[in-house]
Design a protein. Structure first.
Length: 364
């Protein structure tokens, strides 16, 4: 019985082995008939900025960048362009035009694929992008400002700041001549006020969301003057200030000569806002300077003569800190006195004083 049992066991095992052999033996085809997915290797990536040279490393402003890449065993490339856009190509080159405003930095990732196997390499580029001129006034006419572009705030309500002037649209207070807009503050009795001036705005005529603003101007002098280049939200009549958001591109108080100011007012901080920065400018009253902002979906950058001096970028984004997702309009004015401009009194001997603007340009 023992030997028979062993024999039967051996036959059973042999049968199992035989079954396994024939089940796995296949047709005996060539190994090359089964695709082999090898991971690409030796990925090389370069980025060439159009017009870049040692004196202009960020390029000629066209925003065009050519990417060249290659890898062994790669059949497809995916390029993440650093701005949320992704391209795919089977070639070894990609030319792309970035849009925006100013000098921008992007981190680009290129992945070389074969099947589901891939390797990745990155490169960081900094490029200059010239924007399209969206709206402008060069003040090349003669007489009143262009009524298709500018309107007026009229009166002496104090304008929320206890200002002392009466704003008018008279040519004695505002005129375009010699290629400049001239806003003149005067010491005179008018409609119950002791000073007159002008406040121009584009409300109802032009507003925009995101872009670049440049204003070339020469500032008045003397204690009591308060010129400003600024912006307010179109929705101010429905949500009121400061929920509409205020962007102060430039403010200047005459009792503090040669220091310009930029600020942001929102529901989270307004009036004596914590969101502000000053900039020393020794020729603010004697020479023209360019005051500007670059406004994006995440931050507002403030410039004087293309020098960045302040960036507003809140830690969290909500209606209280970032109402700047809607259209804003432009304002140019020269106030007299007020909570800030008149905090050191007014020197009546300085009048008349002029706020002179060469141009206003908005790019997008």
């Amino acid at each position: 019985m023992f030997n028979v049992f062993k024999l039967r066991a051996a036959m059973f095992i042999a049968g199992i082995v035989s079954i396994l052999f024939f089940s796995c033996g296949g047709s005996g085809g060539d190994d090359d008939s089964i695709p082999t997915l090898n991971t690409p290797t030796n990925l090389v990536l370069t980025a060439t900025i159009n017009g870049a040279d040692p004196s202009n490393p960020t390029g000629n402003g066209s925003g065009i960048v050519t990417f060249n890449f290659s890898a062994d065993n790669a059949t497809l490339y995916k390029i993440s362009l650093g701005n949320g856009e992704i391209k795919e190509t089977t070639s070894n080159t990609l030319s792309y035009t970035y849009v925006g405003a100013g000098v921008q930095t992007y981190k680009i990732y290129v992945s070389a694929y074969k099947g589901d196997k891939f390797i990745t390499k990155d490169v960081t580029i900094t490029i200059k992008i010239n924007s399209t001129l969206l709206w402008y006034d060069e003040f090349n006419g003669t007489g009143a400002p262009d009524a298709s572009k500018w309107g007026y705030d009229i009166g002496n309500s104090g304008w929320g700041n206890n200002e002392l002037q009466y704003y008018t649209n008279r040519t004695s207070n505002v005129i375009v001549e010699g290629g400049f807009l001239k806003i003149t503050a005067k010491k005179e009795s008018y409609q119950g006020a002791e000073y007159t001036s002008t406040r121009l705005l584009t409300k109802g005529k032009f507003s925009f969301t995101y872009g670049k603003v440049e204003v070339r101007a020469k500032l008045p002098s003397g204690r009591g003057t308060w010129p400003a280049i600024w912006m307010l939200g179109d929705n101010i009549t429905t949500v009121n200030w400061p929920a509409c958001g205020e962007i102060d591109i430039m403010e200047y108080v005459g009792y503090q000569p040669n220091v310009v100011h930029s600020a942001i007012h929102t529901t989270s901080s307004s009036g004596n806002t914590v969101n502000h920065k000053s900039y020393d400018l020794t020729t603010a009253e004697e020479e023209f300077h360019v005051y500007g902002i670059e406004w994006t979906s995440t931050e507002i950058r403030f410039y004087v003569d293309e020098t960045l001096h302040y960036t507003y970028k809140p830690a969290t984004y909500n209606e209280a800190t970032w109402p700047f997702t809607k259209n804003q309009f432009l304002i140019l004015n020269l106030a007299v006195g007020g909570n800030w401009g008149g905090s050191q009194g007014i020197d009546d001997s300085i009048f008349p004083q002029q706020f002179i603007i060469d141009y206003v340009r908005v790019y997008q």
